[in-house]
Design a protein around this ligand. Structure first.
Ligand code: SAM
Length: 188
C-alpha cells in the first residue's frame, strides 16, 4: 500500500540542516511521534551543538487510535529509547496530557530566539492538530516544521490545512520528498 523510500527523508533533513541550520547552530528540536527513535537519532547525530535541546514526545505505547485502514490503536509501540546524551529529554504520555505542562515548564526555552525544529511524525489528524495549535503562540519566523506523512488527506494534511487557515499563519514550503509525503516548511 505504501511506496516510500525512507532514504529520501534523510535527504530532506540533510538539505534543511545544510541550508537553514548552518554551522551546527543551536536548535530546540521537538519531535512528536518518536517510536523507536529513528528520525530523532538522525537529528541528534546531525546537530552537535552543546546548547541544543532535543525533546521527544510519545506514548511509547503506540498509536492512541486507529490510523487509516492499515494501522490499529496500539501499533508502533516501542520502548522509550535509551540515549546517552544530556541534551535529550523524552516526554512519555499522550501529547494531550503532556504538552500543556511541558510548555508551562519550558516557556523560556520556547520563547527564546533559538530556532525551533518541530517534527510532526504522529500520523494522526488529532495528534497533529493538537500539537500545532498548542505550539502556535511560540512559533516564530524562521522556525521549521517537518511533516512525515503530509500527503495523507484526512490526517496530517487536514491538520496543516485547518491550522494554517484558522490561525492565519503562513508556512512556506522549503522542500519535499516521496511525492510530498515528507515536507519541510518555514514559519514566515
Ligand atoms: C510513525 S511513528 C513515529 C516514527 C519515528 N519518528 C521514526 O522515525 O521512527 C508515530 C508515533 O506517534 C505516536 N503518537 C501518535 N499520536 C500520539 C499522541 N496523541 N500522543 C503521544 N504519542 C502519539 C505513536 O505512539 C507512534 O509511536
Amino acid at each position: 500500500a505504501f511506496n516510500r523510500n525512507y532514504n529520501n527523508r534523510y535527504n530532506l533533513y540533510k538539505y534543511i540542516s545544510d541550508n537553514y541550520l548552518k554551522d551546527n547552530s543551536e536548535i530546540v528540536y521537538l519531535e512528536f511521534g518518536v517510536a523507536g527513535g529513528t528520525s530523532f537519532k538522525w537529528w541528534l547525530n546531525e546537530n552537535k551543538n552543546d546548547s541544543s535541546r532535543f525533546y521527544g514526545f510519545d506514548t511509547f505505547e503506540g498509536l492512541p487510535e486507529n490510523w487509516g485502514m492499515f494501522f490499529r490503536k496500539g501499533d508502533m509501540q516501542h520502548q522509550e529509547s535509551q540515549v546517552q546524551d544530556n541534551r535529550v529529554k523524552f516526554v512519555k504520555g499522550l501529547f494531550q496530557d503532556t504538552l500543556v505542562p511541558f510548555i508551562q515548564e519550558n516557556r523560556g526555552d520556547l520563547k527564546s530566539a533559538v530556532r525551533k525544529i518541530v517534527h510532526m511524525d504522529a500520523d494522526l489528524y488529532s495528534s497533529t492538530i493538537f500539537v500545532l495549535t498548542q505550539l502556535y503562540p511560540y512559533l516564530q519566523p524562521g522556525d521549521i516544521i517537518l511533516f512525515d506523512e503530509f500527503n495523507v488527506p484526512l490526517h496530517e494534511f487536514k491538520a496543516f490545512n485547518e491550522f494554517t487557515k484558522a490561525f492565519y499563519i503562513e508556512l512556506k514550503p522549503l522542500g519535499a520528498v516521496n511525492n510530498y509525503l515528507q515536507v519541510a516548511f518555514v514559519v514566515k
